[in-house]
Design a protein around this ligand. Structure first.
Ligand code: ZN
Ligand code: ZN
Length: 290
């Protein structure tokens, strides 16, 4: 069998912090010759309907999913962890409650951060909301604050704003309270979805990453896969995660974490998942691949 480009199972659109619509996502996936693509916006399934219609129109196979923000609690602080959830039933009760809770907390956090920033910079809640391309369907976050700061002339680019006043180490930053990793995985499995630990070897987000024992605890909750192939996982971490996947019989996936060209440098399909693995994900999922 000829080797194909595979699937990009980790992509964001304007329904969270991406800069492209679901239609642009499937069109670009098609242009790049991918076998298929997944929509995985942060803590929401709001883009699914648009993505399904676009995928059917373009003739591009699609997996519906979400990237959930979660954490592993430590005695001092926490490890921020992202979990990819594919092909879950969007009516799953536990998940619906978790999403609603996280979105509410994100909204409260965004309002607090914008109020803090507005004391020193010419932005307002209204000017930040104006940057959300999908209005009420989007969860307002730091990218929108960054865009409002750029629109107000405070910074030249979104990246400058992130490195500046929006920095996690800055005085304006407020963290979001998220569910625990194990709570999220249980909810995904309750909804019949397939769960993967996203960029589990990334030191770009945490000083420590999940230990072998902590990942094992996730497996015991039903974790299906490890996203080994992601630009933020170092070669050493990829080797480590691959070994863990082999030891515990987990699927190995890859994704670009695409946000559209204006958002981040990630190119669609720069990391991908092979077709046999996607077939297994499809077999385990509660809803069909489009
Ligand atoms: Zn992530
Ligand atoms: Zn992501």
């Amino acid at each position: 069998m000829e080797k194909t480009l595979g699937w990009d199972l980790h992509c964001h659109t304007v329904f969270s912090d991406g800069t492209r619509t679901p239609l642009q996502l499937v069109q670009e996936a098609r242009e790049r010759g991918l076998d298929g693509v997944a929509i995985t916006d942060h803590d929401t399934a709001a883009g699914w309907t648009e993505a399904v219609n676009a995928a059917r129109g373009v003739g591009m196979p699609l997996i519906c999913g979400t990237e959930m923000s979660t954490h592993w609690p430590l005695s001092a602080g926490k490890i921020s962890v992202h979990v990819l959830a594919w092909l879950y039933n969007p009516d799953g009760r536990q998940l619906v409650e978790l999403f609603a809770r996280t979105r509410q907390r994100r909204l409260e956090r965004a309002r607090t951060m914008v109020a803090n920033l507005a004391r020193d910079y010419p932005i307002s809640w209204e000017s930040v909301c104006d940057q959300a391309k999908e209005g009420g369907a989007t969860t307002i976050g730091r990218p929108h604050m960054a865009d409002a700061l750029v629109a107000a002339g405070v910074y030249r680019t979104r990246a400058d704003a992130f490195a500046g006043v929006l920095s996690k180490r800055g005085p304006y930053y407020v963290s979001v309270e998220t569910p625990t990793v194990t709570e999220a995985i249980r909810a995904i499995k309750d909804a019949g979805g397939v769960a993967a630990l996203a960029h589990g070897g990334s030191f770009a987000r945490n000083r420590v990453v999940l230990s072998d024992d902590q990942i094992r605890a996730c497996v015991d909750c039903g974790l299906d896969a490890l996203e080994v192939n992601h630009r933020e996982n170092s070669p050493e971490q990829r080797t480590r995660l691959t070994k863990l996947a082999q030891r515990w019989g987990l699927l190995v996936t890859g994704g670009s974490d695409w946000h559209g060209q204006d958002g981040k440098p990630n190119m669609l399909g720069e990391n991908s998942t092979d077709v046999p693995t996607v077939k297994e994900i499809a077999r385990r999922g509660a809803i069909p691949v489009v």
